[in-house]
Design a protein around this ligand. Sequence first.
Ligand SMILES: [Fe+2]
Length: 245
Amino acid sequence: MIDVHSHILPGIDDGARDMKDALEMARLAVADGIRVMVATPHLFKHKNGDLGAINEKKVILEHLDRFRDRLAAEDIALEVLPGCDVPLSEKALSLLEEDRVMTVNDGNRYLLLELSHFAIPPSLEEICFRLQSQGLTPIITHPERHPLILERPERLEHLVDLGCLAQLTASSLTGGFGRQIARVSRQLVKKGYIHLLASDAHDPRHRPPRLSKAVSELSRLIGRERALAMVTHIPEKIIKGELAT
Ligand SMILES: [Fe+2]
């Protein structure tokens, strides 16, 4: 399986605290059947968007190099690729224009985009169009955890119609974020709004990199073939920068 959303790089955001945690997460991922993981630290190290601490391309690549060396030294068979968890904000968009934001596998083709919890901006349509005209497809992360989508799931349909892809978080489907989010997750999957399943792992204990349990639940909802595609063929196309749907 391929996991396109994880906070596995140590000491760079609110994900893995240190190398020990990161290696433990890598071992858990491999044991779960994950062979490729995109490391997607938050663009802003601190929640307040402090411009002194930006996880820009070169920072992510430096951390990734160190992590890959340790994985090789520990003989852990996990391929880790660069990525970034990008909040939808003016600041993030201007950094993107300056070519400082890491896209999925540095391919300049897919971008993980997290909507602000407080609002879906009226300019979102225009932002999507602008990104797409630069050849970038936004992947909306965990729409099932967004209060405005929980309230009206058809809001996601609109984003998908605009050409965005949508990534569901594995533990949302298996109840890790509560019953309401699990229910909305099933609803979004059944309506066909979801393209990808990812772990959004943050640590080895509370939010570990596990996909298999959610894939079983997905299989029950939409059949094994379509469920597996969400953790194999579709993410594979995304990391290769090919058309995914
Ligand atoms: Fe994330």
